[in-house]
Every structure is written in C-alpha cells, then in structure tokens.
Design a protein around this ligand. Structure first.
Ligand SMILES: Cc1cc2nc3c(=O)[nH]c(=O)nc-3n(C[C@H](O)[C@H](O)[C@H](O)COP(=O)(O)OP(=O)(O)OC[C@H]3O[C@@H](n4cnc5c(N)ncnc54)[C@H](O)[C@@H]3O)c2cc1C
Length: 467
C-alpha cells in the first residue's frame, strides 16, 4: 500500500444526556458505512454506531476478500457503482486494491472459480479501514466505536431512542430515524419487526467460516500446480470444484486432513505473495446466539490451524508461508432476514426482475454454501437478462415506521439473500438507505413516504447505475 494522507474520523460528541442525531446508523460494515456517508452527503446529521474498533465489518474485522462481482452477467458493464466504485477508486489510488476490470473469472483472484466470479476486487483490509475513516470524516459523519446497540426505546411502532453499551456503561442515543445495518437485524428484531432466521422451512442456515490470510507464498508455484490439474478442476455438471482438491486428497490419505471440505478457497490478494483463505466451515451456527457464536469462533481457529499446516506441507509454493492473521470475528453468512414491504425471491433474482423502485442492479449468483450438506457449494446465475433489481421496499420493515434496514438482513428469502448478501450489493443498499433517510428528513416524512422516483433519480445523480 502506498503512503496516504490520513485524517481521523470526526469525533462523536457526547453529553451527560447521551447522544443525539437526526439519523442513527447502527453497524459500520459495508452497508452501514455507505448508509452513513450517503445520508451525510445529502444533508443529514448522522451518528454511526459500531461495536468494533474499525469500520468495514466483514471486509475488515472478518477479513472477507475479495469484493464479489460488481459487473453484469456478460462481464462487460460495471453495474454496482456509486459509493462502492468511489471506495474502490480510492483503494486503487493508494495501492490498496486492484481494479475489478483487471480481475477476471477463472484466475487466482477468484480461486479459479468461473461461475459468478468475474471481476472481483481484491483489496487490503488495512487500506480499507483508512479509506472508510477518511470518507466518513469528509462527509461529517460522527462515528462512535465500541458502541454496541442493546435495545430500542419504543413508542408504539416508532423508535424514540437506542440504548447502547459503551465503555461508559449504558447510554442513550436519540434519533428521528434509524438505519439497522448490523447484518443481523438486531435493531429491527428487538423493535418487533417480524424476522426469519436462515431458511426456516428447510431448517437450514448458511455455514460460518473463519477467514485467514497467509503471506510469503510463491505465486508461480501455486499457479503451476493448478494449471497442471485443470483437467480435473471443474465438475462435469458445470458447477465449480474449488481449487487444490487433489492436494486435499493427498493430505487425507496421510491422516493430515480431518475436515469434511474437499477443496480449498484461496484468493490471491493485491500482493501476489499474500492470499485470503476461505475454507473453514462450521455448520449450524446461530450468529444471534452468544453461546453458539463463541463455540464457533474457537472451532474456526482450530480449523484454520489444520488448513494452515496443510498449506505448508502439501501446497507447492507454500512451504515457507506465514500466517498473517485470522479474522478478529467469525464470518457469518446468514442470520435474520426481516419481513418488509416486499420480499425478494429467487424467482425475482433468476428471472432478472427489475421493479420500478429498484435501488440497485446486481448480477451476483445465488450462492448457497452447504445447501446439500457440508461438502457442497452452488452458484446459480440470473437466467433472463444480465441483472436483477432490488426494490426499495425490501429496505422498509413491517411494523416500525422510522426504521430502514440495509445489508445482509434486508427483506429477502434465504435463497435470494444468498445472492445479494455479498459486499458490493450491500454497499449499494447502504447508499440507498442513507439517501432515502436524508430525503425523508428533508421532507419531514417517514421512509415509506419517500417518493421512490425521487430516490432513484437522486441515486442516479450520485453515480449509482440503474440501467
Ligand atoms: C465466510 C464469508 C465469506 C464471504 N465471501 C464474500 C466474498 O468473497 N465477497 C463478498 O463480496 N462478500 C462475501 N461475503 C458476504 C459479505 O462479507 C457480507 O454479507 C457483508 O459484509 C454484509 O455486509 P453488512 O454491512 O450487511 O454486514 P457486516 O459486514 O456483517 O457488518 C455489520 C457491522 O455491524 C456491526 N454490528 C453488528 N451488531 C451490532 C450491534 N448490536 N451494535 C453495533 N454494531 C453492530 C458489526 O460489528 C459490523 O461492523 C462473505 C461472508 C462470509 C461470512
């Protein structure tokens, strides 16, 4: 990463009465940061509450990498733009990312996966932390780190305040509007919005994974091993096998692979000697249950150790690899999905439906890990057209009037959420939620009263791609 001028994020000013803002955004992940920046740029006074010590959520604390595709199905047009593109451009400018136009499917940047993985964006998590701090500071977003949302204060179907836990104890935030970007719909669920945990009918929830990063990898040797085995790399039915399953078989034969996974997800980073590893798999974790989450964190680290040892012993070019870091928080793919004014379905995604109030277009495939048991992965891509739309109504929860939800927990079935949960769409949802909140505040109205045509035209003016 090249040297960059860094200024601190704007301080969150406290008083003995607590905090107040026009808009409180809860959760500083990809969705929440974009929501806060978009709202502030559109004139709102914004307080962003984050339980951790940095912005970026899964992208930084979870070490999730790369940003999944932001292009249409043909791979010709970049369709997730706006704040996402601005973040990418700033990262590229400081050497903290490689532009997605250069990262094609079937290469080391995508773990050689082809379906749904064209034009990913590898980035440095440390650079992302700095870029997001800087963008919040420039927009005038007040950021309060180490502030965990605890419970809403309610007056009927309206949130009047938030109780948060900080190092100062339990404190109160007063806000006219709230955006829930916790990924888990913590605010919505506790405010009484109906939610579904995972896929209730199927009795299934996507598995969790502990990401880690390794360094000192000899890229050419890894690539040569993959190329030498390309003849048995892809499954006959077109679904991708992941990389290095031949090395996993070898390790298993020697008693060095006690895990169920049969292959490795390894993604080349900005530097060719540094890789993000997405391979550990913990089934049945409930990310809203502290005990389940705690057990899974430790299990994730145990699996990382096994996988890292495997790399050093069995993977060409990794004999001298070093463990750079494990994620400081477990990767949770799925918890609650809210029920909102509209529920996105798999049919909408696969049939390329684009409702009038679409606030983003995406082509990400339905990506369900473990759908057929612990070994499986499946990517199903949009079939009619090159993209589908996510309507504004998916961000409007049932039952609570001054709340918007953005990111992984918006109103979608478990399968449809499997497509839009990746980081570029989450950032676009955040931008839309923040913009809608600012419009509502400006008009002294509620989010559901915002004119979706005005929202769409504002997003377009602010560089979102909407066809
Ligand atoms: C293992 C794994 C692999 C993935 N692979 C990819 C990939 O390759 N590419 C891709 O683009 N996407 C990938 N994803 C998906 C993507 O990382 C997430 O779905 C996305 O980050 C969701 O964004 P978000 O802002 O909704 O939530 P998050 O990123 O989870 O951010 C939520 C933020 O809210 C904070 N928070 C939560 N609860 C509270 C609270 N009560 N009070 C205050 N703060 C709170 C959290 O600390 C966090 O910062 C992967 C996810 C996982 C788990």
């Amino acid at each position: 990463m090249a040297a960059t001028t860094v200024r601190a994020a704007a301080p969150a000013v406290s008083s003995s009465e607590g905090y107040s803002a026009q808009l409180a955004v809860v959760g500083g992940g990809p969705a929440g940061v974009c929501a806060a920046i978009a709202a502030a740029r559109n004139g709102a006074d914004v307080l962003l509450l984050e339980q951790g010590g940095c912005l970026g959520g899964m992208a930084t604390q979870g070490l999730v990498n790369p940003f999944m595709t932001c292009y249409d199905k043909t791979g010709e047009t970049m369709i997730i733009r706006g704040l996402f593109e601005e973040v990418v451009d700033r990262l590229v400018a400081c050497g903290g990312a490689i532009h997605p136009r250069e990262c094609r499917a079937g290469t080391a940047f995508t773990s050689w996966i082809k379906i749904g993985h064209d034009h990913c964006t590898p980035f440095e998590p440390e650079a992302l932390k700095l870029v997001l701090d800087e963008m919040c500071r420039e927009a005038g977003v007040r950021v309060l780190f180490h502030a965990a949302f605890a419970e809403p204060l309610m007056d009927g179907g309206r949130i009047t305040g938030l109780r948060i836990l900080t190092k100062a104890g339990l404190e109160t935030v007063r806000a006219k509007l709230v955006i829930d970007a916790t990924g888990d719909a913590d605010v919505a669920a506790r405010a009484g919005v109906p939610c579904e945990l995972g896929d209730k009918a199927a009795g299934r929830i996507q598995p969790a994974s502990m990401f880690f990063r390794i360094g000192n990898v000899e890229y050419a040797k890894v690539e040569a091993d993959i190329q030498a085995n390309l003849n048995n790399f892809y499954r006959k039915d077109g679904v991708n096998y992941r990389s290095l399953h031949w090395r996993v078989t070898e390790a298993r034969e020697h008693g060095d692979w006690p895990l169920k996974r049969v292959s490795i997800g390894l993604f080349r980073g900005v530097r060719e000697d540094q890789w993000a590893i997405n391979t550990s798999r913990i089934m049945g974790v409930d990310g809203t249950n502290p005990k389940s989450l705690s057990d899974a964190e430790a299990e994730g680290r145990r699996q990382v150790q096994i996988i890292f040892n495997f790399f050093r012993k069995y993977v060409p070019g990794c004999k001298d690899a070093v463990l750079l870091s494990t994620a400081s928080t477990l990767g949770i793919r799925e918890t609650r999905h809210i029920f909102g004014e509209y529920r996105l379905t798999t049919d909408d995604v696969l049939h390329g439906s684009v409702p009038k109030d679409s606030i983003l277009l995406a082509s990400n495939s339905v990506d369900i890990h473990g759908r057929f048991g612990p070994l499986s992965n499946q990517y199903v891509t949009v079939q009619n057209g090159n993209w589908y739309g996510v309507p504004y109504r998916c961000l409007l929860p049932k039952g609570v009037e001054n709340l918007l939800v953005a990111g992984r927990s918006v109103s979608a079935t478990s399968e449809a959420a499997g497509a839009i949960r990746v980081m570029p769409p989450c950032m676009a949802m955040g931008q839309a939620a923040g913009t809608a909140a600012a419009l509502a505040l400006r008009g002294n109205s509620l989010p559901r009263e915002v004119d979706s045509a005005e929202l769409v035209s504002t997003l377009k003016r602010q560089k979102a791609f909407l066809g």
